[in-house]
Design a protein around this ligand. Structure first.
Ligand code: NZQ
Ligand code: ZN
Length: 386
């Protein structure tokens, strides 16, 4: 295991009715901006719960953050934050609203240049301060509620990029599993797959003698395999919803990956598919992952075999056969929860493969746990999914 430092200061308020605790968590005598998406919170009663719990607070609203939040939209909110002298941001929504809120929190205090640099020059322009954030999560999937990451899209250049900072971690996140009751099936499917692949990105690399982290990662995978279908069968099954929600948070709050190498190549390639075609985030990574496992089977061999054995009970046969079976099982699982895994399922053809390959070539940065996956391999990974 590598050396590590770990701190996760996010306070989690988990369970039925926890939205009513908002007033205890919000700062008194501060001006708050409530951020939310396209309006699902009006239909499912979450907006009413939030308003009830925040009576007496000085709060204004910013509505209309879209899925795959756009730079163009969040910059409008940054203006409001500056003009209205906002001190605290309250995000009520899924990963998109929360990621947008994180960007707003950092951009509002950044005077040097264009805050897009946080994304475009991720390793040169670092977030050094941000307004405090609180979150009411309405969709388990991204883990954004307990991490410092954010993903923003710039429409004019068709770019979707990530950035992160400890300053972007919410001060608190409220996780009431009952928010799942109103989710469309597609979002539940997406959430299961996104959380699953978050674990895979931190687990399916190479061994560094980390039995505890490995077993924690495998527990999250096995719990998603068990509980995900139960939520899809009946989204008002509170226990299944609660287990799914907590699994999604645990998948990306940093705990399972301390001291480990991490990949994130599947995500980086997936983001390009959203940028060019607007495909849902989880769908893009469900497409890419099987290709990543297939093309990089040599580099990832030891961990794929461990995954095959401990998650799918595949113990016998020649190495390549076991790897093939592990990929097959992964694909079967994604498809069984309603997420298709091939490019043509989404109307994507070879031209996009070429465009994405060129983009990685231009950027000149290799990806993967050893930063050795270049455009040629990325092309093979995508071609594998045609
Ligand atoms: O906008 P509204 O009307 O609220 O509708 C949303 C949206 O259309 C709806 N929804 C959310 N909660 C609901 C609900 N509908 C009914 N009932 C509810 N309780 O669901 C739709 C999708 O929401 P979105 O927030 O986009 O989904 P998700 O949470 O999956 O977030 C996806 C975004 O997060 C990024 C993705 O790239 C994508 O932009 N990611 C963020 C990460 C992070 N910060 O750590 C990591 C992930 O890998 C991911 O990249
Ligand atoms: Zn993801």
């Amino acid at each position: 295991m590598y050396n590590f430092e770990f701190k996760n200061p996010v306070k989690i308020l988990f369970g039925k009715g926890k939205i009513s605790k908002l007033s205890k968590e919000l700062p008194k005598h501060k001006k708050i901006l409530l951020t939310y998406g396209g309006g699902s919170i009006f239909k499912n009663g979450i907006y009413d719960q939030v308003k009830e719990a925040t009576k007496g607070f000085d709060m204004i609203e910013f509505r209309g953050i879209e899925a795959n939040p756009e730079y163009e939209t969040v910059m409008k909110a940054v203006e409001i934050v500056k003009n209205e002298k906002i001190d605290f941001l309250l995000s009520v929504g899924g990963g998109s609203v929360l990621d947008a809120t994180k960007f707003i929190a950092a951009a509002a205090l950044y005077e040097d240049d264009d805050p897009w640099d946080f994304l475009a020059k991720r390793y040169e322009v670092i977030v050094e301060k941000a307004l405090p954030i609180g979150a009411v999560l309405t969709l388990p999937a991204t883990g954004s509620e307990m991490n410092g990451n954010s993903v923003i899209t710039r429409v004019e250049t068709q770019e979707k990029l990530a950035f992160g900072s400890p300053y972007l971690m919410p001060q608190f996140s409220i996780l009431d599993p009952e928010v799942i009751y109103s989710l469309p099936e597609r979002q539940i499917s997406n959430g299961i797959v996104d959380a699953f692949i978050h674990v895979i990105e931190q687990y399916l690399t190479y061994p560094v003698n980390s039995p505890l982290q490995d077993r924690m990662a495998e527990s999250v995978l096995l719990t998603l395999i068990e509980e995900g279908p139960k939520v899809l069968a009946d989204k008002t099954n509170y226990d299944a919803a609660a287990n799914f929600m907590w699994s999604a948070t645990m998948a990306l709050n940093g705990i399972i990956s301390v001291g480990l190498p991490q990949d994130w190549g599947t995500h980086q390639i997936g983001h390009e598919l959203t940028a060019y075609h607007g495909i849902d985030h989880a769908q893009t990574i469900a497409i890419v992952l099987p290709g990543m496992m297939n093309i990089r089977r040599k580099e990832k061999e030891a961990k794929i075999l461990q995954y095959a054995e401990r998650v799918w009970n595949i113990k016998e046969g020649p190495v390549d056969e076991r790897i093939d079976k592990a990929i097959e099982k992964t694909v079967e699982f994604f498809e069984s929860v309603g997420v298709k895994t091939k490019l043509p399922d989404y109307g994507v053809s070879i031209e996009t493969v070429d465009k994405i390959t060129e983009r990685f070539e231009k950027r000149g940065k290799k990806i993967g746990e050893k930063a050795d996956v270049g455009p040629d391999q990325i092309k093979l990974i995508l071609e594998d999914r045609l």
